[in-house]
Write a protein that binds this ligand. Sequence first.
Ligand SMILES: Nc1ncnc2c1ncn2[C@@H]1O[C@H](COP(=O)(O)OP(=O)(O)O)[C@@H](O)[C@H]1O
Ligand SMILES: [Mg+2]
Length: 219
Amino acid sequence: MTLIIGMVSQKGGVGKSTLARLVAREYAQAGWQVKIADLDISQGTSTDWKQRREQSKIDPEIAVEPFRTVMQAMKVISIYDLLIFDGPPHSMSGTLEIAKTSHLMVLPTGLALDDLKPSVLLAHELTANQISADKIVFALCRVGDKENEILDAREYIKRAGYRTLTGSIPEKTGFRRASDEGKALSEVSFPTLRNRAEELAQAIIDEASHILSLEKKVK
Ligand SMILES: Nc1ncnc2c1ncn2[C@@H]1O[C@H](COP(=O)(O)OP(=O)(O)O)[C@@H](O)[C@H]1O
Ligand SMILES: [Mg+2]
């Protein structure tokens, strides 16, 4: 069976591609066969990142391929242990397709209401289309250093009826640089940043493991 995780938001620039690469790297490092399906073909962010990663000869190798549709990506999944959808912005239909096929939907969001509100509306839209809230989690990305602001965002999401992952990803030059070099967030050289990235990645891995174990029980 292939685990499928979707990174989605209606907005661009919130951290979908960044999280897709982080999670892909953590599983690949653990020996899983991983593929990122880059559905943001107009930008091809993750596809470009893979090229930088190859040029820098960084291990583990991570497969990234652009796909026009979820259906196209689903045709190739059987050889992978994990497929990560790096979602397109501004596409409700594309996002719903991802949600229908994914075991877990990760919604990265910033802390401002301008970010939180559309993120929650997207989650509402998914649940209105029969996607279970159990498989939706929010990831706080590009956060500042004020703990109160982070707590307020967690509270906002909770009040809307959704869960937020443990940990958060701060907005840092070190992360930008790492990405420019073809690295994932957990491959930065600064231990404090690496720990932050690993904590959030682990929270996603724990969610995915939990969902998979429930699925096995049902079967
Ligand atoms: N935590 C962070 N710190 C610094 N830069 C970040 C961080 N997260 C994302 N970025 C940068 O912000 C931009 C948008 O991130 P990206 O993951 O591509 O968003 P999306 O896929 O949602 O459009 C990229 O240039 C990325 O390198
Ligand atoms: Mg992207």
